[in-house]
Design a protein around this ligand. Structure first.
Ligand code: PRT
Ligand code: ZN
Length: 285
């Protein structure tokens, strides 16, 4: 039977979350110790473990059909591939930073300066768009030390908390792009594989929906029911169950994680008691 080949980072910041996502999609992988290839025993996919830098090309060369990479890597490599899904983890940004003692007014600062980076393509496009004529010095690791050792005037690199910049005496002066893990693939996957991909994307959507929502149960005085239903309408409408005390009833619904604390406060003010909140494993709309 045909299998969809998925390239996943072998080891690094994306690996664990990528495998966890597949697990949450109820996909069982046999070879857990991450050799080169792992096959699923209950879903028609094969996982190829690669360095993240190699994932876009492996898809372009049809070694894999789809893969999980940081958006930065996808944009940098610039292959004609497609983002099938944004995955919401490994969030970071790509920024330009300079020594903290320097004064910075505008991008003009970089005219005829030297910037070190591992992302020359993204930087070049950004500088061109802003009419800045700077020299790009491409290096593959420890970019943040280049200004300190006189190799460059500034750097263009991934920033997450910002602590690497601080510990190297640098300050972030321009954010160029945001990045997160993305599911990329060949835009022209053949039909049989496309069907598997669609099933997989359906599962990922259910997992993402479930992760961003909570199941909520609460007791409400019957007289306040209308008010409470306004606060949590539920997916279609909430479930109401009788309680032995017939002045009260129990209401079951779903709330979005983002609105969660605000909703809880409103429910308490509307007389709700005994509020229970539980995680949802899968959610199919
Ligand atoms: O071995 P392989 O080539 O597969 O891995 P890698 O070392 O190239 O990549 P890896 O595992 O470090 O990162 C994979 C992807 O995770 C990146 O392409 C980004 O999309 C994403 N990501 C998210 C990050 C970070 N956050 C991050 N903080 N990638 C790198 N960093 C580094 C950054 O380079 C800098 O040195 O962490 C430092 C900055 O962190 P802060 O918190 O100090 O700002
Ligand atoms: Zn890499």
């Amino acid at each position: 039977m045909e299998k969809l080949k998925i390239a996943v980072q072998k080891s690094g910041r994306l690996s664990e979350k990528s495998l966890q996502l597949l697990k949450e999609c109820s996909i069982k992988l046999t070879n857990g110790n991450r050799k080169l290839i792992s096959v699923s025993s209950n879903f028609p996919i094969e996982i190829l473990f690669l360095r993240d830098d190699d994932i876009p090309q492996s898809i372009y060369d049809s070694v894999a059909d789809i893969g999980i990479v940081g958006e930065n890597e996808f944009v940098e490599k610039n292959y004609p591939l497609k983002i099938y899904k944004r995955l919401g983890f490994a969030k970071c940004r790509l920024s330009i930073a300079i020594p903290k003692t320097e004064n910075f007014d505008s991008l003009e600062y970089f005219q005829n300066k030297k910037i070190a980076t591992s992302y020359p393509f993204i930087l070049k496009s950004f500088l061109k768009k802003n009419n800045i004529n700077a020299e790009i010095h491409q290096i593959s690791g420890s970019v943040e030390i280049s200004p300190g050792i006189g190799l460059a005037d500034g750097i263009f690199d991934i920033v997450s908390s910002g602590s690497t910049l601080i510990s190297n005496g640098l300050k972030e002066v321009e954010k160029v792009m945001d990045s997160e893990a993305v599911f990329i693939g060949n835009p022209n996957i053949k039909t049989t594989k496309k069907e598997i991909l669609e099933q997989l994307l359906f599962r990922i959507n259910s997992v993402q929906q479930a992760n961003s929502n909570k199941y909520i149960l609460l007791n409400v005085p019957k007289g306040n029911l209308d008010e409470v239903i306004q606060i949590i309408p539920g997916m279609r409408s909430p479930t109401i169950m009788p309680l032995i005390d017939d002045e009260w009833c129990s209401l079951h619904s779903v709330v979005n994680e983002q609105e969660f604390w605000e909703v809880i406060d409103q429910l308490k003010s509307a007389g709700a008691e005994g509020i229970l909140v539980a995680p949802i494993e899968k959610m199919i709309l």
